[in-house]
Design a protein around this ligand. Sequence first.
Ligand SMILES: NC(=O)c1ccc[n+]([C@@H]2O[C@H](COP(=O)([O-])OP(=O)(O)OC[C@H]3O[C@@H](n4cnc5c(N)ncnc54)[C@H](O)[C@@H]3O)[C@@H](O)[C@H]2O)c1
Length: 265
Amino acid sequence: MLGRSRFQGRIAVVTGAGAGLGAATARRLGAEGAILVLVDIDAERSKTTAAELQRIGAKAIAVQADVSDPAGVEQIKEAASSFGGADILVNNAARATDGDLLALSTQAIAQDIAVTLTGPVLCAQALLPGMIAKRSGVICNIGSVNALAYFGNEAYSAAKAGLVSFTRSLAARYGPLGIRSNMVAPGTMRTGIWSQRLENDPTVLDRLSRWYPLGRIGEPEDVVGAIAFLCSDEASWISGAMLVVDGGLTSGYPQMAADISGNNS
Ligand SMILES: NC(=O)c1ccc[n+]([C@@H]2O[C@H](COP(=O)([O-])OP(=O)(O)OC[C@H]3O[C@@H](n4cnc5c(N)ncnc54)[C@H](O)[C@@H]3O)[C@@H](O)[C@H]2O)c1
C-alpha cells in the first residue's frame, strides 16, 4: 500500500515509463501518492506499469506516445490536462543506436537525437503552460554520464549534453514563474537498454563493474531516490542542478592514477 506521501495528489508525467528507470520512477512516485501519466512508445509496457501501480492503490493511466512526435506530445498534454495539468515531468525516454558513428545511418542519428533531446524539449514546451498557470512545477530530465565524458554512442551523448543546457535554460527562464528544472545523470544501470549488448556478450555488465569505484553497476532503484528527491518539496530551492548518480564513475580515473604512480600491477 501507499507509504510516504511527498507527492500526494500531484500529477506526474513520466516518459519511457514502461520499463527500466522510467517504470521504477513511476513506482516510487506512485507509492508516494502521485497520480501518474505513464508514457511509452510501447503501449503494452506502459499498461503493465499502470496495472502494477493500480494494484498498490495508485492512480495511473497509460498513454502510448512517441515523445519525439508532436502529435504524441499533444496526447500526453491532453492526458495530463484530464487530471488537472502536470505538476511533475520526468523526461526519461531516450534512444541510443549502437555502432561506429561512421557506419550509422542518418536516420538512426536523427532518431537518437529526436527521442533523447527533442522529445524532452517538446514535452516541456507542452506541459510548461499548465505549470506556469499554477505557478508551480518541476521538471526532472534524465541525463547520463555520457554527457560528461566519452563512453561511446556519440549522437546520443551529444543529445544528453544538449539536455544539460536545456535543463539550465528552463531553470533560469521559468524559475521566476515557479518552475524548477534539474537533471539526474546516471551511470550504467541494469535495464533493457542493455539487452542487445547482453545478447552479444552476456558478461558485458559484469565486466563494467570494475570501472565503478563502488564496485558494481547500478540498478534503477539506485537512481530513483535522487529523482524523487529533486521532484519533491525537499528540493524546493534546487534548480538548474545536475545530480550525478554513478557509483563514483566520473569522480576520477584510478587506472590513470596507478599509471602516474607506477603502481599499476
Ligand atoms: N541503463 C543505463 O545504463 C543508463 C545509463 C545512463 C542513462 N540512462 C538513461 O536512463 C533513461 C532510462 O533508460 P533505461 O535504461 O531505463 O531504458 P529502457 O530501454 O529500459 O527503457 C526505456 C523506455 O522508453 C521507451 N521509449 C523509447 N523510445 C521512446 C519514445 N520515442 N517515446 C516514448 N517512449 C520511448 C521504451 O519503450 C522503454 O520502455 C534514459 O534517459 C537513458 O538514456 C540509462
